[in-house]
Design a binder for this molecule. Structure first.
Ligand SMILES: [Zn+2]
Ligand SMILES: [Zn+2]
Length: 761
């Protein structure tokens, strides 16, 4: 009898996506050797390359499991295979990284401490017991420590820490869970904590115990985190929270709270399943949740707020510190009011020395400043409000290939930029408001860093039409690129389309504070007929004057004056408290508005919310962008179903009378209706006018899909109502999830518009 000879095949495999620094090679090694395959695996500038040799069935199974069982932080985008002649290899090897050639691999985001590392952190027998920098291939710092690609230790801020023998042995052992974990370290060889006083001198206490003791005494502590410094206080201490607020010059904006775990978070806020998923995800954003009353969180943490921003520990240091304090702590960005957060040690001492009583710091450098991400939950789906640490720089996949590489410069406030090529859009971390030199430097340096990381040389540069935006000026200063101006609200709608992987055309409802219109006026309550390449204005809120221009943004009572004057033809009802409170300047401001002196007109929905907030006594003057609208949402009685009605004109584009809502709100207020009820009726009135505008545009254009974008839709009361009304009318409604609806999403919208126009060339 002739014994059958099993055929042997050899297959070359290429894996693209986020496959470096996530334990992919040891995973491949274990998988291949387990199936009795020989060959090799390695990293190169395109991702991971593999060759396997063995029985066809084993090779087939290898290919299935390669995709199915990939490591948790891996993001496989494409696997390609090609047959090779068998080479008779006998074993499986891991090849060294190559660094030549173009860079195409992706860098992963920073990731919260994994369960395996947490177990070791709490195990007295483990050599990393209570070591604040424990990490492995499945967790730890990534984007914030990467200086360049390929992602290997010498190109990270861990380069200066030479591995001890035991760490090096783990690092080189393919069977170890720290095999090629670039930031791996231990107490013998890795970064160390230090507790410093305000002048930067070491304090005598053991750093962790000393820091916890200071917090327990009600002191303010600066803590070096993953993407920058935080400021921390005991969240239960009214005096500590108030002191932090005063020293930070942050009057009202809520602080986020770090809770030890999900159970601790549930004591502070209502955490549904979707929120729990977000809180415990490897990205660990701050999640804004319905606050429970009567908890141990001090009122000064989030004054007058129904929401509480909660996050769970995402570094071993957080776990150890909150464990030692054993109650929730405020963890807010390490800055003074609107400045960027500090991330450089010297700078942190200089800038935070007047705020913090002590510094809990360490000697691992942060290469790039990255703020905490912020999310809400809408209909059991995450809704990112700030997409930064834990998400960036993972690309947003898009439907269509970019013909040429694109840089999109974003907006002025909440700036992000976006670099895009092929099927990837790399939306940057949160840069901030481009209104000071340091933020502008973060913007320009960030663009250079992304260009290097993703080997991307932009040929098309998209920018906002606002001539005074610093991001616009930056774009217009570039040489040798093709420029692509994008209207602000078109960018909002395009970012919503990209977020939903849709092309349009749609009815785009873009409601926000301010955006430069194609007619040179300030837009912000827009109904667009839009696809990715083009748009036309289908309707808008009827323009009103903004008495004093920028002053009217800071002082919502001025918008109340302008709206009330227009709504009542100069004779608003007697006894309105907003008139009384601002009596001294009321007549002069109304005169400015009616005569059009220093009063640009706007169709902004944000200003309409401001007017009603001031009318109801919520806020005459704001301390941060959007504050009046945020507080108006908090005020509204969620049980009230009544609504005001705004007239829709029959012009093209149509105008909708925001004055009608203000008039109704003022009449109810004058009649003594509680302001919680008025606030709710106003919200429902805005949702109703969105419904009416979309119905009219469906009649005119035959479109059945609506995209909702712009910062106003961070308001969940409005969003829930608008979506419900539109769905009841048979519309398909697109809302944001992965990308913020606010100006943080503008750069992605600009990028996909530039790509779409490039495809039409
Ligand atoms: Zn780990
Ligand atoms: Zn070590």
């Amino acid at each position: 009898m002739i014994q059958s000879v099993t055929a042997v095949i050899r297959t070359a495999i290429r894996v693209e996506g986020i496959v470096q620094g996530v334990g992919f090679r040891p995973f491949v090694y274990t998988l291949a050797t387990g199936l009795g395959l020989s060959g090799h695996v390695g990293n190169d500038t395109d991702g991971v390359f593999v060759e396997v040799e063995g029985a066809p069935a084993a090779v087939g199974e290898f290919l299935v499991l390669l995709e199915r069982d990939a490591p948790p932080l891996a993001r496989i985008e494409r696997i390609t295979t090609a047959p090779l002649p068998p080479s008779g290899s006998a074993s499986f090897a891991i090849a060294a990284s190559g660094s030549a050639g173009p860079r195409r691999t992706l860098v992963s985001a920073d990731s919260a401490t994994c369960a395996d590392c947490l177990r070791e952190l709490g195990d007295p027998a483990d050599r990393r017991y209570r070591y604040p920098f424990i990490n492995c291939t499945n967790c730890g710092p990534r984007f914030t420590i990467v200086r360049d690609v390929p992602y290997d230790r010498p190109l990270t801020t861990m380069a200066g820490f030479a591995m001890c023998q035991r760490c090096a042995a783990e690092y080189h052992d393919p069977a170890d869970r720290r095999f090629h974990a670039q930031p791996t370290c231990c107490p013998a060889c890795g970064p160390r904590l230090a507790l410093l006083d305000q002048a930067g001198n070491a304090l005598p206490a053991e750093p962790l115990a000393g820091a916890a003791a200071l917090l327990a005494q009600g002191r303010v502590l600066a803590i070096k985190g993953l993407g920058g410094y935080h400021l921390a206080v005991d969240a239960g201490s009214e005096t500590a929270a108030a002191a932090l607020r005063a020293r930070k010059h942050r009057e009202d904006k809520p602080f986020a709270v770090l809770a030890a775990d999900l159970a601790a978070a549930r004591l502070l806020a209502e955490v549904d399943e979707a929120a729990a998923g977000l809180l415990t995800s490897a990205s660990r954003p701050i999640v804004l949740l319905p606050r429970r009353r009567g908890t141990e969180v001090a009122e000064a943490t989030a004054p007058g707020n129904r929401q509480l921003g909660i996050m769970l520990p995402y570094t071993p240091l957080h776990h150890l510190l909150i464990g030692a304090l054993s109650r929730p702590m405020v963890l807010t960005s390490g800055n003074v009011s609107d400045e960027p957060i500090a991330y450089d040690d010297t700078d942190a001492l200089a800038r935070l020395g007047t705020i913090a009583d002590a510094f809990l710091t360490h000697d691992r450098a942060i290469h790039i400043r990255t703020d905490d991400s912020v999310a809400r939950v809408f209909r059991a789906r995450p809704m990112l409000i700030r997409r930064s640490r834990g998400y960036v720089p993972e690309p947003v996949p898009v439907e269509h290939e970019f013909p040429r590489p694109v840089l999109a410069c974003g907006a002025e406030l909440k700036n992000t930029f976006c670099l895009a090529k092929e099927r990837h859009a790399f939306v940057s971390h949160h840069i901030g408001d481009l209104e000071n030199a340091e933020t502008l430097r973060s913007f320009t340096e960030g663009i250079e860093h992304f260009r290097r990381l993703f080997d991307l040389d932009p040929q098309v540069v998209a920018y906002d039409l606002h001539p005074e935006y610093l991001s616009t000026k930056y774009a217009l200063d570039l040489d040798g690129v093709e420029l692509c101006g994008v209207q602000h609200h078109h960018a909002h709608i395009a970012s919503c389309l990209a977020d939903n992987r849709a092309d349009g055309p749609v009815i785009g409802v873009a409601f926000d504070g301010t955006g430069y219109g194609t007619d040179g006026t300030i837009w912000g309550g827009e109904f667009l007929i839009a696809d990715l390449a083009t748009f036309e204005r289908g309707g808008h809120l009827a323009p009103v004057p903004m008495p004093g221009g920028a002053a009217a943004v800071r002082q919502p009572w001025r918008m109340a004056a302008a709206y009330l004057d227009a709504a009542f033809s100069g004779a608003p009802p007697d006894g309105l408290s907003v008139v009384r409170r601002n009596e001294a300047r009321w007549a002069a401001v109304v005169a400015m508005a009616t005569r059009g002196i220093n009063s640009p007109v706007t169709s902004s929905a944000g200003r309409l919310f401001d007017a009603v907030a001031a009318l109801l006594g919520v806020r005459d003057v704001i301390n941060y962008e959007g504050q009046a609208a945020v507080e108006l949402e908090q005020l509204a009685d969620t049980g009230e179903a009544g609504s005001y009605q705004a007239r829709v004109g029959d012009q093209t584009p149509f105008g909708i009378s925001g004055c009608d809502l203000v008039r109704a709100a003022a009449e109810d207020t004058a009649a003594g209706i509680p302001r919680e009820i008025v606030a709710a009726r106003f919200h429902h009135g805005v949702a109703a006018l969105i419904e009416d505008g979309c119905l009219l545009l469906r009649e005119r254009h035959g479109l059945g899909t609506v995209a909702l974008s712009g910062g106003v839709f961070q308001n969940l009361l409005l969003l829930h109502d608008a979506v419900a009304r539109l769905e009841a009318r048979g519309f398909r409604v697109l809302v944001h999830s992965r990308i913020p609806c606010n100006d943080g999403g503008i750069s992605l919208g600009q990028a996909v518009i530039a790509g779409a126009r490039d495809r039409l060339r």
